[in-house]
Ligand binder design. Structure first.
Ligand SMILES: O=C(O)CCC(=O)C(=O)O
Ligand SMILES: [Fe+2]
Length: 220
């Protein structure tokens, strides 16, 4: 399941992060890539030593943690410190899977937060591999997309302009993507039904079922 979160950051916040990235120091993205991803990774990342990095990471993590849709879709237990990446013209990140363990944390869900406006660059789509074919994602500044870390994906070459994005990984309370999707669907249906019907005995049964499924699948 791929979930788009509209306006995770407002335009001021996305603009502020872009501004900070314009003045940041960078390292070659290959330093954080796994062995097989390294040869296909051609981007740059804000250096860990950059004095602005901690505040940038905090803003993104705070907005994720307080976003209801993100919490419902991802069930986050740990959000890893976001990385801020820059793709200039000609840069790309070929097909890869993200590392399954990062900093000792199992990664269940990957997140891209788009920081540049789409009209600032050509190309640079996030392309997800799926049995039904490829799916391209390119979103307005401040929007995010979440997808299972189990999937193959790539960033298409940037043809012109500059693509700025934040990326991070999440350890979820629910390891299995299909189980997360079931809980998300139930949650969504319950919220809509509650608006229509209010609290009824049937709604109570649905709430009980959801809560017990979560208890069955959760890893705390
Ligand atoms: O920038 C993106 O949209 C995703 C980048 C990516 O796949 C990664 O950093 O592992
Ligand atoms: Fe990736």
């Amino acid at each position: 399941m791929l979930v788009v979160i509209t306006n995770l950051l407002n335009s001021n916040e996305a603009g502020l992060l872009c501004e900070k990235m314009r003045h940041a120091g960078y390292v070659d993205g290959r330093v954080t890539a796994g062995r097989e991803a390294r040869p296909v990774k051609r981007n740059q990342q804000v250096a860990r030593t950059d004095p602005a990095l901690a505040d940038m990471q905090k803003l993104v993590t705070d907005r994720l943690m307080s976003n209801d849709l993100f919490r419902m879709a991802v069930r986050p237990k740990i959000i890893l410190p976001p990385m801020f990446s820059r793709y200039e013209s000609g840069m790309e990140y070929g097909n890869h899977v993200d590392n399954s363990i990062m900093r000792g944390v199992r990664t269940d869900v990957s997140v891209t937060i788009f920081l540049s406006d789409p009209d600032q660059y050509e190309g640079g789509q996030l392309v997800m591999d799926s049995p039904g074919g490829e799916r391209e994602v390119k979103l307005p500044a401040g929007y995010a997309v979440t997808y299972p870390t189990t999937s193959l994906h790539r960033v298409a070459p940037v043809v012109s302009g500059e693509r700025l994005a934040a990326v991070t990984w999440v350890r979820s309370f629910v390891r299995n993507a299909a189980d997360r999707e079931t809980l998300f669907d139930l949650d969504t249906a319950r919220h809509r039904l509650f608006e229509l019907l209010g609290k009824t005995p049937e709604m109570d049964l649905l709430a009980k079922t959801q809560s017990n499924l979560l208890r069955r699948w959760v890893e705390d």
